[in-house]
Design a protein around this ligand. Structure first.
Ligand code: TYD
Ligand code: MG
Length: 261
C-alpha cells in the first residue's frame, strides 16, 4: 500500500479540532502518517489534542510562537506546512485544517485515483461547506463542487480538498525557494497562492464526490476580514493581495503573455 502524509494545522479551535483529528484517524485507508502542526494554541485546545497523541500514526509539533507581531510576520499555516513537508515520508500529500472534517473514504478514494492514474499529479474533491453563526450554530450549507479539470485553481479549490504527489514538491522548491509561500501579503489566501504555484505546471483533476465537510466558524481568519472593526492581527498585516490578481496572472500566463506579480 502507498503511504499518505496528512498535514493538519491547528490554532485555538477547541470546539472543532477533535472532530477534525477523528475524521482522519477513522479513515478506511489506514496507511498514513498524520502531522499535527499546532501553532501554540491555548490550554483548552491542547487538552483536546493531547489524548489523541497515543495513536502512533500521529507526529505532533507545537510552535513556540507567543506574540501577535510574530504571528503577522509570516503566514503561520504556511510556515507550519513547510516544516511538515520537510519531514513527510508519504508518496501523496493531503492537507487538513482544524475546522474541516474528512469523510471516512476521503483517503481511500483519492489514493485509488492517483494509484491508477500516474499522469495525474494534483487531485481535488468536492466539499460541503457549513456556515455557522457567532454562537457556533448552523446557519446554512453549500457545496464546492469539483467538476472540471482546471489550471486556474486559485480560490476555486480549497486547502482541504487536495491531494498531490510528493514528488512534484522539489520542482516548486527549486523555482520559488519554498513550498508554500510564507509572504504575509497572502495571509488570507495562502492556499490560493500555493495552488497558483502548482498551476504553473499541472492541472488540478476533479473527483466529483463530496469527501470533506468544511466548517466556516466565527473564529476563522475570514470571519475577521468581514468584521467592520479590524482585528488585532489584521491591523499588523500588510495590504492583502487578492484572488483576482492571482487568477488574472494565470490567465495571462495561459495566453502566453509576459507577466509579473
Ligand atoms: P482559519 O482561522 O481556519 O482561517 P480560514 O478563514 O482560512 O478558514 O485558519 C486557517 C489555518 O491556519 C488553521 O488550520 C489554523 C492556522 N493558523 C495558525 O496555524 N496560526 C495562526 O496564528 C492562525 C491565525 C491560524
Ligand atoms: Mg478555517
Amino acid at each position: 500500500m502507498q503511504k499518505v502524509s496528512v498535514i493538519l494545522t491547528s490554532y485555538n479551535k477547541p470546539e472543532y479540532v477533535g472532530k477534525s483529528i477523528e475524521g482522519i484517524l477513522n479513515q478506511t485507508y489506514k496507511e498514513f502518517e498524520l502531522f499535527i502542526m499546532d501553532d501554540n494554541s491555548d490550554e483548552e485546545t491542547q487538552r483536546v489534542i493531547i489524548p489523541y497523541l497515543k495513536d502512533e500514526r500521529i507526529r505532533y509539533f507545537r510552535s513556540s510562537i507567543t506574540c501577535l507581531s510574530e504571528r503577522a510576520e509570516k503566514i503561520r499555516y504556511a510556515v507550519l506546512i513547510n516544516q511538515a513537508l520537510k519531514m513527510c515520508e508519504g508518496k501523496y500529500i493531503s492537507y487538513a485544517t482544524d475546522d474541516n472534517v474528512y469523510r471516512p473514504q476521503r483517503l481511500e478514494k483519492m489514493v485509488r485515483v492517483l494509484d491508477t492514474h500516474p499522469e495525474i499529479k494534483v487531485l481535488y474533491s468536492s466539499s460541503r461547506v457549513i456556515l455557522l453563526n457567532e454562537e457556533g450554530k448552523f446557519k446554512r450549507t453549500m457545496h464546492r463542487l469539483a467538476r472540471s479539470t482546471t489550471q486556474m485553481a486559485s480560490c476555486q479549490v480549497d486547502h482541504c480538498s487536495v491531494m498531490h504527489r510528493a514528488d512534484i514538491l522539489p520542482i516548486i522548491y527549486r523555482r520559488w525557494g519554498s513550498y508554500w509561500d510564507e509572504d504575509p501579503h497572502y495571509y488570507f489566501i495562502g492556499d490560493a497562492r500555493f495552488f497558483w504555484r502548482l498551476c504553473h505546471y499541472w492541472h488540478f483533476v476533479p473527483l466529483e464526490e463530496v469527501l470533506d465537510d468544511n466548517y466556516i466558524t466565527e473564529k476563522s481568519l475570514h470571519a475577521q476580514l468581514k468584521c467592520q472593526e479590524k482585528s488585532p492581527l489584521l491591523r499588523l498585516l500588510p495590504d492583502q493581495r487578492t484572488c483576482k490578481e492571482l487568477r488574472e496572472y494565470l490567465r495571462r500566463l495561459r495566453g502566453g503573455e509576459e507577466c509579473r506579480i
